[in-house]
Design a protein around this ligand. Structure first.
Ligand SMILES: Cc1cc2nc3c(=O)[nH]c(=O)nc-3n(C[C@H](O)[C@H](O)[C@H](O)COP(=O)(O)OP(=O)(O)OC[C@H]3O[C@@H](n4cnc5c(N)ncnc54)[C@H](O)[C@@H]3O)c2cc1C
Length: 465
């Protein structure tokens, strides 16, 4: 279906982006063969680092003419293989388009290029007393373009929502090479279909985003973090749905079970507080009045104790807060350290269904005699489910992963959930799409894709089974 990248194509790419931005050697292309999915790799035939929308458009026109696939890539920190060039061809790296173009204090907007690391946006706007809430846990590694393509979430979604709730304007290049500008510094806009919302979460299959306008909020003045250890795993899960039912809206409610905390300890070689507890909740509250945030955190603390929490550790200053969050931010690295071969899911259910979900997943682990460790954004119903290979023989593991995955998905769907809350379908979940969506929906999505990209040159092998 696709042409190989021959020497004349490499030469044409050099003409577009300059010699230094075209990589062809196996060693220099190695970092572009994978994202953060364990065990998934594919070789690009060439890597192109673009610096403008015009260059992206020229690369697309060339790729269309030659029928060569193009895989967009942000920082390569995705967890569904979206940036992996499974059909070879061109990897289009956005890493050099990494400028924060403007912080507009009058309109509370920031304009950025897609390759900016998300944490750099946080720091730049916070220095001006402003706030960009979406905070994927890999925020110091992943790019804002990747966040938009994945529809990324993060711990603060409980109160502030996810990436899609902050994007007001996009410049994007269509696979045809046309450059479009959608929206602007506009809080409201209902002019035609919302292509912005269509491109968010499209996993680099419809267009390449080259400029982004994000809405900002005033930076909350007060933040309190609570670390709450439980001796009973289910009591921690029950607390999550009870906090929400009592109409208290924390910024985050993160859930970590004992094995994930112990894995972080082993990685960092230092003891975590209450490391022997069956589970921890990490709860953050914020606002502008010290009194109101104190009052809410006391109510939440009492509720946790009513549910049998062993203690409520309170952190009011940055240093202590960073200490409490260290374990949470290191979990994925720690689980990779624990069992280099592992399988991660990202299911999402209505928030009140967190207790039966966690209970059901434990049952699946027992039935398959495999370690399954859960952690994640329990406050918004999004749980990361990690199946660890440990010393399971390869042949049993090969059968176990799809069987356990399907059981986890069926349980999630039964509870009114979906198979991915923030990591996307990508290359790794595409065969399960028909479990979650009916035929008619998948067909409409296929037709939308064909309208943008009739020859399927953009990120083939993703989303669709
Ligand atoms: C330790 C760890 C913790 C994480 N925590 C979270 C979390 O809390 N919440 C969450 O949502 N995710 C989380 N993730 C996943 C990851 O951070 C997000 O998916 C992130 O959005 C990926 O960004 P990236 O720049 O690395 O994208 P990449 O991996 O490079 O690409 C991801 C997808 O975006 C496409 N793409 C990239 N740039 C563009 C562009 N400019 N235009 C069009 N398409 C593009 C690619 O083709 C690909 O399909 C975590 C990952 C890790 C490793």
């Amino acid at each position: 279906m696709y042409r190989k990248v021959a020497a004349d194509i490499v030469e044409a790419l050099r003409q577009i982006v300059g010699e230094v931005n075209v990589l062809v050697g196996a060693e220099e292309m190695e970092p572009y063969t994978h994202d953060e999915v364990v065990g998934l790799r594919a070789d690009p035939e060439v890597v192109v680092r673009v610096t403008s929308a015009g260059q992206v458009a020229d690369v697309f026109r060339l790729a269309q003419r030659e029928r060569v696939p193009v895989t967009p890539r942000g920082a390569g920190y995705g967890l569904s293989g979206g940036a992996v060039p499974v059909q070879g061809g061109i990897v289009l790296s956005m890493e050099k388009m990494n400028r924060i173009l403007e912080i507009d204090k009058a309109n509370l907007m920031v304009t950025v290029e897609p390759g900016v690391i998300t944490g750099d946006i946080h720091r730049a706007v916070e220095a001006e007393g402003l706030f960009y809430p979406p905070d994927p846990a890999a925020l110091d590694s992943c790019s804002i373009g990747g966040n938009i393509a994945e529809g990324a979430g993060g711990p603060r979604a409980v109160k502030y929502g996810v990436t899609k709730d902050y994007v007001c304007g996009l410049e994007a290049v269509l696979p045809s090479g046309e450059i479009i500008t959608c929206g602007g510094k506009l809080v409201k806009n209902v002019t035609g279909y919302s292509l912005i919302q269509l491109l968010i979460g499209s996993e680099g299959t419809l267009a390449v985003v080259t400029k982004i306008i994000l809405r900002l909020l005033p930076l909350p003045k007060v933040q309190i973090d609570l670390l709450v250890p439980y001796d009973d795993f289910q009591a921690a899960a029950d607390t999550v749905s009870d906090i929400i039912a009592r109409r208290i809206l924390p910024t985050t409610i993160e859930f970590m079970e004992r094995d994930s905390i112990l894995a972080v300890e082993r990685l960092l070689q230092k003891e975590a507080p209450y490391h022997d507890a069956a589970a921890h909740l990490l709860i953050q509250l914020d606002g502008n009045s010290q009194e109101a945030v104190d009052q809410d955190s006391e109510m939440v603390g009492e509720l946790c104790l009513e549910h049998g929490a062993r203690d409520v550790l309170v952190a009011k200053d940055r240093r202590t807060q960073d200490r409490l969050w260290e374990a949470r931010r290191m979990i994925i690295d720690a689980l990779n350290n624990e069992s280099p071969i592992n399988h991660m899911e990202d299911v999402v259910v209505p928030r009140a269904e967190i207790p039966p979900l966690l209970k059901g997943i434990k049952g699946i682990g027992r039935r398959h005699t495999v370690r399954i460790i859960c952690f994640g954004h329990a406050g918004d119903g999004n749980v990361h489910v990690n199946v660890l290979k440990d010393d399971i023989p390869d042949d049993r593991w090969e059968l176990l992963v799809p069987a356990a995955t399907e059981e986890i998905y069926r349980l999630t769907l039964l509870l009114g959930g979906m198979i991915t809350g923030e990591h996307g379908i990508g290359a790794t979940r595409r065969r399960y799409l028909p479990l979650a969506l009916d035929k008619a929906q998948i067909e409409v999505m296929r037709r939308i894709r064909a309208a943008f990209d009739p020859h399927h040159i953009l990120n083939p092998g993703k989303i669709f089974p």
